[in-house]
Design a protein around this ligand. Structure first.
Ligand code: PHE
Length: 454
């Protein structure tokens, strides 16, 4: 594809918001709270913040460098920067990972549509906590309802991808992000002010380091890559649309900050409220879908219209946040097929939508009628989550840091990091050191510890 047909993001803030749009999604609001709940609360959050600093931001800078310098899809990017080598497999690995994540992510994204409709239809008011649990279980067990929403969500993603992404992504992110942020702050306040929320706050803020084991480290590392959309060439693809004077380091820090703040806000909404209404923090993937409607109905028991507005707005924004993430995954695979196999963009998009939709349907069914079919105690849905988030993304991140730290011409890295503002020398050196040594050894260490591999 020529440079002219690769539209750029129109502004620097647009680039930040588009990347943040990919990063902020179900990973922050749905996955982060239940991982935190499963893995020990505050201690998990501290490890997670460490992972963002030592793996997340540097790998993001690496992906930005690769993408903007090559101005290409993630697989071709490696062929441009390392012609005739096997590095292209890192890009292809990313495309495969994106494809697999999209397939099961869209299932949960579909749940947000169901909950948006329930909220808009005023069906939360008057429900008891038990009824919320029951209605979630009935919904996910129903073979056709979750499939219907999944298919609808895939079509919505498809439609935007075909319509031309850059404009759509940039414009929607500019409005969506600030509104989502304000809504989350309001809801966090409501949750903290609920009677009996104290233990929830304690759970989030008082770390108990006895709870940190190698499983927690792997979870936090997986969550970092997942939440920041790293390790699969997604931000690499977006960076190929960045302007040539966008400051990559600043953009990476901004995106990571926005993403972490949204995750922490989600935690502040869920845990105080969960403790207040007596829901176990380790309730798993259903946590957001059971706790949140519960919180909203209980917090404003005397003001049903406020519950109505907040819950409708919340699920709508969550669906839109998920959409800006599914678009980014879809884009990685579509642009790869389009540019590498000379397919029209439309045809490539159809191929991705239909195959991911099909796998998604099987994942959705695995939570309901297929619940008995498990492997190592996990349903197909859980297996997809485990393999992609905890294995494939960190492996991608490992090779991306080695590629940028050791293989990539240092002049390219230096020039890319210094365009759009001079980077202090110590910061440049620190980034190179982390990419060469800290990130690969850190990721490798977590793997060896938890899985006995590498
Ligand atoms: N970061 C997204 C989220 O938090 C998920 C995602 C993962 C998007 C990988 C793109 C690539 O919801």
């Amino acid at each position: 594809m020529s440079d002219e047909s690769r539209a750029n993001f129109g502004s620097k803030i647009g680039a930040i918001l588009a990347a943040a749009g990919s990063a902020v999604g179900l990973g922050n609001i749905w996955r982060f709270p239940y991982q935190t709940g499963n893995d020990g609360g505050a201690a998990f959050i501290l490890v997670y913040i460490g992972c963002i600093l030592f793996f997340g931001i540097p790998v993001m800078i690496a992906e930005f460098t690769i993408g903007r310098h090559s101005r290409s899809n993630t697989a071709r990017a490696y062929q441009i920067l390392a012609p005739g080598t096997q590095w292209k497999w890192v890009g292809r690995w990313g495309v495969l990972t994106g494809f697999l994540i999209l397939s099961y992510y869209a299932v949960v994204a579909g749940w947000t549509l169901e909950y948006f409709l329930q909220a808009a239809g005023n069906s939360f008011i008057g429900k008891t906590p038990e009824q919320f649990t029951e209605s979630f279980n009935t919904f996910t067990a129903s073979p056709w309802r979750s499939v219907l929403w999944l298919v609808l969500f895939m079509f919505a993603t498809h439609f935007i991808i075909v319509k031309g992404v850059q404009q759509g992504i940039e414009r929607s992110a500019k409005i969506l992000m600030p509104v989502l942020f304000i809504l989350l702050i309001i809801m966090a306040f409501c949750s903290v002010l609920l009677p009996g929320s104290g233990p929830g706050l304690e759970f989030l803020l008082m770390p108990d380091f006895n709870k940190v084991n190698s499983g927690v480290l792997l979870s936090a590392m997986g969550q970092t890559f997942y939440s920041l959309s790293l390790g699969m060439g997604c931000l690499c693809t977006y960076a190929s649309y960045f302007q040539s004077d966008t400051n990559l380091t600043k953009t990476a820090i901004n995106v990571a900050t926005i993403d972490s703040m949204v995750a922490i806000l989600a935690g502040l909404i869920i845990f105080p409220a969960a403790f207040s209404v007596g829901i176990q923090p380790d309730a798993g993937p259903s946590l957001v879908f059971i706790t949140l409607p519960n919180v909203l109905t209980r917090a404003f028991a005397g003001l049903p219209w406020l519950t109505y507005i907040l819950s409708t707005a919340f699920y709508l924004l969550l669906a839109l946040a998920a959409l800006t993430s599914t678009i980014s995954m879809h884009e990685v695979v579509t642009v790869y097929l389009h540019e590498e196999f000379k397919m029209s963009r439309r045809k490539a998009a159809w191929l991705v939508t239909s195959i991911c939709g099909f796998i998604g349907i099987i994942c959705a069914l695995s939570m309901g009628i297929g619940k008995e079919y498990t492997l190592f105690g996990m349903t197909l849905f859980d297996i997809f989550d485990f393999v992609t988030a905890k294995l494939m993304l960190p492996i991608g991140g490992f090779f991306i840091s080695i590629f940028t730290g050791w293989y990539l011409d240092k002049k390219i890295l230096h020039d890319e990091l210094n365009s759009g503002g001079h980077l202090p020398v110590f910061l440049y050196k620190a980034i190179v050191f982390i990419l060469r040594v800290v990130a690969p050894i850190g990721i490798g260490f977590v793997f060896i510890n938890e899985l006995g591999v590498l």
